[in-house]
Design a protein around this ligand. Structure first.
Ligand code: ADP
Ligand code: TYD
Length: 210
């Protein structure tokens, strides 16, 4: 059986990734394409436990290097238990954040750790998505949206607008670095209009069976 498509959503906090991942999942499933919706950090029982370690508690709870190891450990479990079995069964996997988030967040916010991120990725993960949507938004709007839904997972959300600007630039730079798989989407529109664009790009992707 042919492998399913592996699609990821990336962007700064509050850009609308979770909303768009959900809408794409609804639309593909509604059209009869078997699809799995998942997220990082998390997406498997073990990785969800690591998520709680990463996102709750004091901002200085982990050193930058420990943090990269935890994100990578969670991703490895998620790949083994959720992503690869679904792709091997021919299902499309839609994932809210993946390795590009580590490249940008740990690369930009924790000193220049990108070389360590890349080494760990090739050692432990070794796979890129087929298609990555980078939802682009003005950080002031993203921050306002993210703060409106504040919960207990706030270790990473108080970066402030300046850091969010650097991360936005980091995601746009990744889109240039990986032009074959990345599509930048304007996130400052109504959710339905954004979802229409995303569905059209997905349908045009070779390998989708609808
Ligand atoms: P992310 O996963 O990127 O952090 P979410 O999809 O959770 O973003 O959206 C953050 C908040 O903004 C949510 O309350 C959501 O309902 C709202 N939202 C998402 N997309 C839009 C949009 N296009 N316009 C206005 N509000 C939006
Ligand atoms: P998420 O729940 O997707 O946050 P949001 O919905 O606000 O975008 O992710 C939680 C936080 O984890 C987010 O601030 C980004 C951060 N993160 C990293 O720093 N590195 C990573 O590899 C991943 C996957 C997430």
């Amino acid at each position: 059986m042919a492998s399913g498509l592996f699609i990821t959503f990336e962007g700064i906090d509050g850009s609308g990734k979770s909303t768009q991942a959900r809408l794409l999942h609804e639309r593909l499933s509604g059209a009869g394409t078997p699809a799995v919706l998942t997220r990082e950090p998390g997406g498997s029982p073990g990785a969800e436990e690591i998520r709680a370690l990463l996102l709750e508690g004091a901002p200085d709870r982990w050193s930058p290097h420990t943090e990269i190891l935890l994100f990578t450990a969670a991703r490895r479990d998620h790949m083994e238990k959720t992503i690869e079995p679904a792709l091997n069964a021919g299902k499309t996997v839609i994932c809210d954040r993946f390795a590009d988030s580590t490249r940008v967040y740990q690369g930009v916010t924790r000193g220049d750790l990108r070389p360590s991120v890349d080494q760990l990725h090739s050692l432990m993960i070794g796979r890129e998505p087929d298609l990555t949507f980078i939802i682009d938004i003005d950080p002031a709007i993203g921050l306002r949206r993210a703060r409106a839904r504040k919960g207990s997972e706030e270790r990473f959300e108080d970066f402030g607008e300046d850091m969010q600007r650097r991360m936005r630039a980091g995601f746009l730079a990744l889109a240039s670095e990986f032009p074959d798989r990345c599509r930048v989407i304007d996130g400052d529109r109504a959710p339905g209009a954004i979802a229409d664009d995303i569905l059209a790009v997905t349908r045009a992707q070779p390998g989708l069976d609808t």
